[in-house]
Write a protein that binds this ligand. Structure first.
Ligand code: URA
Length: 189
């Protein structure tokens, strides 16, 4: 029997709502634990992700794995998705219209996973999740609660590779996520 996940992946694979779908090698729906308490949302696939069909497997992804390990999480513990499922050409940021076209897929993923905490990685994801006027430098490190889900924006790992001075703030944000997950487990016990 077709599950909602099967149906979602079929729709993602068939999607041609915008020109991003032309000239890609693979759609990158996102992957991980479908019952994750923590969901991560990045921007969009790069070259390695496009080649493999998997989110966050290039340099930024390797750093993301280390960031998760620093708060005692494996990639298998979390679900990692992107705002857009197709690689934008030359790794440019996705356009607002492209993000809007892809948003129903991210919404459905979030609905199926029902995470307790969402870690928003970088400006594109922030603008999709919390609003187009939001700035990552202002919003990072601050919790927003929406429909019982706790949302923490932080810098994108690619930004940390470009500017290691951002690591200190990002570490503080990750610790806040770790503490929130621990507090939520306690309150549910
Ligand atoms: N950057 C992203 O935002 N997502 C990926 O999957 C890889 C790099």
């Amino acid at each position: 029997m077709e599950t909602p996940w099967d149906q979602l992946h079929t729709e993602i694979q068939a999607c041609a709502r915008c020109a991003l779908a032309q000239g890609i090698r693979n759609k990158v729906p996102g992957q991980g634990n479908r019952k994750a308490r923590l969901m991560l949302i990045g921007e969009g696939p790069g070259a390695e992700e496009d080649a493999s069909g998997l989110a966050f497997v290039g340099k930024a992804g390797q750093l993301l794995t280390k960031m998760l390990a620093a708060i005692d999480l494996n990639r298998e513990d979390v679900f990692i998705a992107n705002v857009v499922k197709c690689r934008p050409p030359q790794n440019r940021a996705p356009l607002p219209v492209e993000m809007a076209n892809c948003l129903p897929f991210l919404r459905e993923q979030t609905r199926l996973i029902r995470p307790q905490v969402i870690l928003v990685l970088g400006a594109s994801a922030l603008q999709v999740v919390l609003g187009p006027d939001k700035r990552i430098t202002r919003c990072r490190g601050q919790w927003t609660e929406s429909k019982g889900v706790f949302i923490m924006p932080t810098f994108h790992p690619a930004a940390l590779l470009r500017d290691p001075a951002k690591k200190r703030d990002t570490w503080a944000d990750l610790q806040a996520v770790r503490d929130k997950l621990a507090a939520l487990s306690k309150s549910n016990a």
